[in-house]
Write a protein that binds this ligand. Structure first.
Ligand code: SF4
Length: 341
């Protein structure tokens, strides 16, 4: 499932099989089929040959929670090696969206994030990223039209596998999800932004910003010590010039840390005139971090402050508010539930 169609065709030809069989198998795999025997248009001899030579590994559902308010589903999946990861399925007016993970754990060390507490365990393969989408479609019985790569992990820290995954989900013989329906979120790995703008000019880019000055951003997000705000904003301006696409800046509001009107004005000055949109996210509290969410008035005041600079700004709808807390929490709490279903 890591392979694109051309690579699969090569394998089939080297096995002495017809090229068109590779396409049939590719299409079944991208429907989330877990056993070669379910590939109904293959001859029995080929099914046996495939069974003897290959395995299909899809992530297995360890646990899920469903919101009674809006149908959001948070999944905890177990990968082939026993590691567990999270994905979130969300229903919107424009279609169904999934937020997937790109790494097991994360080494970026953002202070507000539960996913980084145990560090990075390993990169995820393209097949494991794809498997989250396939298993979620299978489990919900619903078609997914949008993908955000915003779960556990820094996607640009696993760029090669991310690239393969983006091409796989975009494949017309597979899920055929439009590049414009995909968003990749980075904490600010500056050199990769330019590569990304060249490789995937139609995929949306989101930047986790969360602070407006270097001193405080470095405290919250250690990546800022390597790529400070000035360099990040320059890279973003280049990105919009190259792609003509609007960037989304994600800004999580933390009480007393980054949510005052002064912060709002500073952010307004920083982004004024850019082709961008700001998404304000009231912090989803994680008890391990001790950080608190902003109150409603502070959020609205912050939004108004940004609007006065002519910057489009929205407050993220709180999805699945009645189920679990922040991204990474299900995994933290689920590490000891690997055999639960
Ligand atoms: S916010 Fe993203 S980049 Fe930062 S530690 Fe968490 S998963 Fe990693």
């Amino acid at each position: 499932m890591d392979l694109d169609l051309a690579q699969l065709e090569e394998i089939f030809i080297s096995m002495g099989e017809a090229k068109f069989r590779a396409k049939q198998v590719f299409m079944w795999l991208h429907k989330g089929v877990g056993d070669f025997g379910e590939m109904r248009n293959l001859p029995k001899t080929l099914i046996e040959k495939l069974r003897n030579n290959f395995n299909i590994h899809l992530p297995q559902i360890v646990k899920f929670q469903e919101s009674k308010i809006d149908g959001t589903r948070k999944y905890l999946f177990r990968l082939e090696d026993g590691n567990v990861i999270e994905s979130v399925f969300m229903k919107y007016k424009f279609g169904n969206s999934i937020c997937i993970s790109s790494q097991v754990g994360c080494r970026m060390g953002c202070k507000f994030c539960a996913s980084t507490i145990g560090g990075l365990r390993r990169n995820m393969t393209p097949a494991e990223m794809l498997g989250q989408v396939l298993m979620t479609e299978k489990d919900t019985g619903e078609k997914i039209s949008h993908i955000v790569v915003m779960g556990t992990g820094e996607p640009f820290d696993n760029y090669e596998n991310l690239s393969k995954f983006l091409k796989l989900v975009n494949s017309k013989d597979g899920l055929n999800i439009g590049m414009r329906n995909i968003t990749v979120s980075t904490c600010g790995v500056v050199p990769m932004i330019e590569n990304f703008s060249k490789d995937f000019p139609q995929v949306n880019l989101a930047i986790s910003l969360h602070q407006v000055d270097d001193e405080n951003r470095s405290k919250l997000m250690p990546i800022n010590k390597v790529y400070p705000i000035g360099e990040l904003i320059e890279a973003c301006k280049k990105y919009t010039a190259n792609t003509s696409r609007r960037i989304t800046f994600e800004y999580t509001l933390v009480r007393g840390e980054n949510d005052t009107i002064e912060h709002s004005r500073a952010l307004g000055k920083l982004l004024k005139g850019m082709l961008c949109h700001v998404n304000l996210i009231p912090l989803n509290e994680v008890k391990e971090t001790g950080l608190k969410t902003s109150n409603r008035e502070a959020v609205l005041r912050f939004q108004e402050g940004l609007k006065s600079f002519g910057i489009p700004v929205t407050i993220r709808r709180e999805m699945g508010d009645d189920i679990d807390g922040a991204c990474g929490q299900l995994r933290l709490n689920g590490e000891n539930m690997q055999n639960m279903k």
